[in-house]
Write a protein that binds this ligand. Structure first.
Ligand SMILES: Cc1cc2nc3c(=O)[nH]c(=O)nc-3n(C[C@H](O)[C@H](O)[C@H](O)COP(=O)(O)OP(=O)(O)OC[C@H]3O[C@@H](n4cnc5c(N)ncnc54)[C@H](O)[C@@H]3O)c2cc1C
Length: 449
């Protein structure tokens, strides 16, 4: 029986760990957040470059990210101040223009958008609407998971429709190629984005770098509420002789009643080695595969501005392109002339040097927008293990573990319900962190009764 008053160690200050710590701090539970890096935010963080604040990768959030939005409000970042909010739209350069109809309730706004989409023949719009109607009828639930590619074939989605609509959506949401991606998780995302409130499908584009958006205000909130946020504090050993003993790289040791392990999945193993009952979890996570995301920043003269904040490119018509999405940071973050080109998932771009990739992307951008001058400089940020590959029926560890007081937060961990399975996203990470904090709060509540 623990002799300590409740106090919680959260290991890892990505979105999951920050969310867990903020929730605990909100309820006045003493909490210490350990982060190995000097910077908070993990895979969603700002990166300083020259005089600019870039991101480790351009992120996009959705109106359906309810826990993330609640947390942002809690820590004082009003969503209307920090996001450019746009009704769902899919503009694939020169090929497809789809705007959800903002005055209709969900899901009619999407169906109307599909019906009026420019660039798809009527037959393809009809097939897409029939597919959406089928998903809704099924409650977005498959009897058995399969790849999205197999499901699209089974539902007779033409190749062009897949290339212009389903593939870009799947890459953006699951960061996994259609041929490998879990159809059930894709349906979960569509359900949460398209079948709830109309505003759930809105796209939220950050107006500032990700550290200013998420990690910094959350850390300040945690500290304001009496919690501790320790940077450059890599946890090297976790043990549980009685209470949890947390040891950092510099040899410091502290005891805690509860631990939330919120590292990325590939960093779990060394911290679980003293817990034989977690061997199965370690095995499960060791089978994960990962997918990269590359962001190519191109700085043009400040006078350069695209017609919209975000535009997609679909490969396969005349040529294979590396570029998938371009974001104009002049529109978003007051960084005039700066474009961020995003390349999700695996591909031939990984075989190129960063210089060759930047040149190739710059040449694709200049063919798409011939009026642009050459870029002044470029910066490539390659996140090689950006997300787990979201495959059908993949085993994922649960937030609650076999070790009392130990929980797992992260975009990969689950509450065990198929309907709640999310791809690797900020919202998935935040939800898992909040869920772990809830388990701890109810445990503390039970012990105090
Ligand atoms: C380039 C890119 C683009 C993305 N785009 C989107 C997007 O558009 N929309 C979206 O919703 N999601 C997107 N994602 C996914 C999203 O960023 C992640 O799902 C989310 O940030 C994961 O958060 P996490 O807390 O689970 O893990 P992480 O962010 O990986 O956090 C884990 C933290 O633990 C720390 N740590 C590890 N070991 C230790 C240790 N021993 N001691 C102390 N600390 C430790 C790490 O340093 C890290 O800070 C993107 C990801 C990337 C990389």
């Amino acid at each position: 029986m623990s002799s300590l008053q409740p106090n919680v160690a959260v290991i890892g200050a990505g979105c999951a760990g920050l969310a867990a710590a903020a929730r605990l701090a909100e309820h006045a539970v003493p909490v210490t957040l350990f982060e190995a890096s000097p910077h908070l935010g993990g895979r969603a963080r700002g990166v300083s470059w020259k005089t600019l604040s870039l991101d480790n990768g351009q992120h996009i959030l959705l109106g359906a990210y309810s826990e993330t939005l609640r947390l942002l409000e809690l820590v004082g970042n009003k969503p209307e101040d920090v996001f450019l909010r746009m009704p769902l739209q899919l503009h694939m350069h020169r090929e497809l223009k789809l705007n959800a109809c903002p005055i209709l309730p969900a899901p009619l706004h999407i169906l109307a958008g599909l019906l009026l989409a420019q660039g798809l023949p009527f037959s393809e719009r009809f097939v897409a609407i029939r597919f959406m109607a089928w998903m809704k009828l099924k409650g977005f639930r498959l009897e058995e998971d399969e790849t999205l590619g197999a499901l699209l074939q089974r539902k007779h989605q033409p190749a062009r429709l897949t290339r212009l609509l389903w593939e870009p959506l799947c890459l953006a949401a699951l960061n996994t190629p259609v041929a490998q991606a879990s159809a059930q998780v894709f349906l979960n995302v569509l359900r949460d984005s398209f079948a709830g409130n109309r505003a759930d499908s809105d796209m939220l584009l950050p107006r500032c770098d990700l550290s200013s958006l998420l990690a910094d205000p959350m850390a300040m909130y945690i500290e304001r509420k009496g919690g501790r946020v320790l940077r450059s504090a890599s946890v090297v050993t976790l043990n549980k002789p009685d209470n949890f003993l947390v040891e950092t790289e510099d040899g410091a040791r502290e005891s805690f009643t509860h631990v939330v392990l919120a590292t990325s999945p590939f960093r779990l193993q060394p911290l679980l080695q003293h817990f034989p009952s977690m061997a199965e979890c370690v095995r499960t996570v060791s089978q994960f595969e990962y997918q990269p995301i590359y962001t190519v920043y191109l700085q043009y003269p400040q006078s350069v501005r695209l017609d919209s904040a975000m535009m997609g490119f679909a490969s396969g018509k005349d040529q294979d392109l590396h570029s998938q999405w371009v974001f104009d940071r002049g529109w978003l973050c007051n960084q005039p002339g700066l474009l961020a080109v995003v390349i999700s998932a695996e591909g031939h771009h990984q075989e190129l040097t960063q210089q060759a990739l930047a040149e190739s992307v710059a040449s694709e951008i200049s063919s798409a927008f011939p009026h642009l001058p050459p870029p002044l400089w470029h910066k490539v940020i390659a996140e090689k293990r950006a997300t787990f590959a979201c495959r059908p029926e993949m085993a994922r560890p649960s937030q609650k573990t076999s070790v009392p007081g130990l929980s797992l937060a992260g975009d990969y961990s689950t509450d065990g319900l198929t309907a709640n399975l999310y791809p690797a996203t900020i919202e998935g990470a935040v939800r898992s962190g909040v869920q772990c904090a809830e388990h701890i709060l109810s445990d503390i509540g039970r012990k105090q009764q």
